[in-house]
Ligand binder design. Sequence first.
Ligand SMILES: Nc1ncnc2c1ncn2[C@@H]1O[C@H](COP(=O)(O)OP(=O)(O)OP(=O)(O)O)[C@@H](O)[C@H]1O
Ligand SMILES: [Mg+2]
Length: 261
Amino acid sequence: MNAEHTSLLSLRVSVDYANQQGVLQDVCLELKRGEILGLVGQSGSGKSTIALSILRLLHMKKGVARGLINFSGRNLLDLSEREMRSLRGKEIGLVLQSPLSSLNPVLSIGKQLREAWRIHAEGDSKLCSDVIAQTLSSVALPHDKDFLRRRVSQISVGQAQRVLIAMAVLHHPSLLIADEPTSALDVVTQTEILDLFRKLNQKLGIAILYISHDLLSVGAICDRIAVLVAGKIVEELPVTQELRTTSCAYLQQLSGFIRTP
Ligand SMILES: Nc1ncnc2c1ncn2[C@@H]1O[C@H](COP(=O)(O)OP(=O)(O)OP(=O)(O)O)[C@@H](O)[C@H]1O
Ligand SMILES: [Mg+2]
C-alpha cells in the first residue's frame, strides 16, 4: 500500500454495555482507503466491540457507543437506522469467524447470494447471475449450477468461508471487516483465505479491518497493526517488508503487549 491514500475510517469511541462499563475507552483508529489494518488483542479486550460499533449493531448486545465514527465523510453515529441498513453489506462488508453458522442451512448457496445481491441492487437476473459468477470466481469457487444448488451442509468449511467472503464483497464495499475469519479453519485453508484477502485488497482496492489473535497472519497481510489491551489502544505500528521477513522479535514484542493485562 502506498502512503497517499486518503482516510476512509476515522474513529474515536467509548463503549459501555448495560452491565459492563468502559469496555472501550476513547479508542482511536484510522484506516486509509485500500489499507489493511490488523487489530490484535487478547480475548475480551474489545476487538469485536469495535467491529459492532462501526456497524452500529451494539444495541443487539445492549451496548452504547459515544464519540465519532467517521466513515467516508459521515459520522455513522449520526445516521438513521435506515441509512445504516443501506450502508451495511454495500459499503461495509462483514466476515465472521464461523462460516457454518453464518449461512442459512436451508437455502441453497445460489439463493443466498441472489438475496444478498438484491438487498442493494436492482437489475435483471442475468446481471445478478453474472455478478455472482464473477464474484465466486474471484474467491476461487465454482459457479456452475451444481455448486449453486448446494446447501451449506454440502460444502466444506473452507468453501463456506469463501461463500461468506463472496457475499461480503458482492457489492464491492470500500471497507471489509473480518472478525477472526480464519480461526475455524485448518492451517492450509487459513493460508488460502489470507491469500484471498490480500488478492481482494489488491484487485478491488477494498480496505480491510482484520481482527485476529493470530499475530503471524496479521503480520503477513497487514500494512499496520493496532494493539488493544483492556479497551485501550496501547500501540500502533507499521508492518514493513523487513518486519514481515524477519518478524520474530517484532512479533514477540507484540505478544508481550497482548499478554500484559
Ligand atoms: N452484551 C454484553 N454485555 C456485557 N459485557 C459484554 C457484552 N458483550 C461483550 N462484553 C464484554 O466486553 C468485553 C469485550 O468483548 P469483545 O467481544 O469485544 O472482546 P474480543 O476482544 O472480541 O474477544 P474475543 O477475542 O474473545 O472475541 C469483554 O469483557 C466482554 O465480556
Ligand atoms: Mg471477538
